[in-house]
Design a protein around this ligand. Structure first.
Ligand SMILES: Nc1ncnc2c1ncn2[C@@H]1O[C@H](COP(=O)(O)OP(=O)(O)OP(=O)(O)O)[C@@H](O)[C@H]1O
Length: 292
């Protein structure tokens, strides 16, 4: 069973610290959502897993082995990014052949089927593909690779809503036929949250929250009401977001039980809304931002 273990992982590019002391364990065959605002460090983590470069410090292992410069491990990892996946001069059929030779569990029949689903011309060169077609090619390689760790980093740039929906259906289908660990990084949380069994949120290079999708749904509460009442009920609690508009205060609590909410309105958020609450920086009147 797949196990990814990151312990105090740091990745620094020249001056930029992309991952800062990241500790997380991901295990088992499941579809995992990797979320975070722009620049949170998601792509960096995924590229470390795919062996594109090594971490600056800490330990990162896949099944107890470091992926960097480790060919046998990397044949089990397929990372599809939003761009730069393939050499521009290659034709679609060459890219499929190269992939077939690289990934030991490659499913050729499925790849051919997917080429038809996304209506690709196998003789076309990668550089002449439209943005959506280029994304489709990445998706085909990711799905047909059957790699024990399949990672998609926003793989649908340029794909229209209908093909994106096809991608989500195919992802579930391939997962059911061939259970493996699939990590999907996305900003279109509403579109895909139903696929996630587990969700990890990165923020400024660190792990902010990691839990099952069910727990994300279950463990949070949104309380709205007068400032005094909200403050009274929530003081000392685990507040993940707080905002006030015209005397009304809204507070989002995580992992807290409130038995008597008095006059407060109690509600729930979607994963996307919860994500926004978790990562939003309130803009102060003086123009600076602060994380609540
Ligand atoms: N090759 C690179 N060279 C220098 N800095 C980089 C490089 N790649 C990423 N960074 C920086 O590292 C930080 C994390 O970037 P990363 O691409 O991992 O974030 P991300 O969560 O994937 O963001 P997005 O959602 O915008 O894709 C950013 O500040 C980014 O500018």
């Amino acid at each position: 069973m797949m196990e990814i273990k990151a312990v105090n992982v740091r990745k620094q590019y020249q001056k930029e610290v992309a991952l800062d002391d990241l500790t997380i364990t991901l295990e088992g065959n499941k579809i995992i959502g990797l979320l975070g605002k722009n620049g949170a460090g998601k792509t960096t983590l995924m590229r470390l897993l795919a062996g594109h470069f090594s971490n600056s410090s800490g330990q990162l292992t896949i099944d107890n082995k470091s992926p960097f410069n480790n060919y046998p491990v990397l044949r089990e990892v397929c990372l599809i990014m939003e761009s730069n996946n393939f050499h521009e001069k290659f034709r679609v059929k060459d890219i499929l052949n190269i992939s077939a030779n690289f990934y030991p569990n490659w499913d050729n029949e499925y790849a051919n089927h997917l080429v038809n689903v996304f209506r690709l011309n196998i003789n076309q060169k990668a550089k002449t593909l439209s943005k959506g077609m280029y994304s489709a090619l990445g998706i085909i390689v990711g799905l047909a690779s059957n790699a024990s760790l399949t990672i998609f980093d926003e793989p649908y740039i340029g794909l229209d809503a209908s093909f994106r929906s096809t991608f989500y259906d195919l992802l579930l289908e391939t997962y059911q036929n061939n259970p493996r660990m699939i990590i999907l990084s996305t900003h279109l949380i509403d579109e895909v949250s139903r696929l996630f069994e587990e969700v990890a949120i990165l923020h400024e290079g660190k792990l902010m929250l990691h839990d099952t999708a069910d727990n994300f749904e279950r463990k949070h509460l949104i309380l709205t009401g007068s400032k005094e009442e909200v403050d009274q009920l929530t003081s000392g609690r685990n507040i993940i977001h707080s905002s006030s508009i015209m005397g009304q205060k809204t507070v989002v609590l995580y992992n807290e039980d409130i038995t008597d909410s008095g006059n407060l309105k109690v509600s729930k958020a979607s994963l996307q809304e919860l994500f926004v609450y978790l990562t939003k920086e309130e803009v102060n009147k003086n123009g600076t931002t602060n994380q609540i």
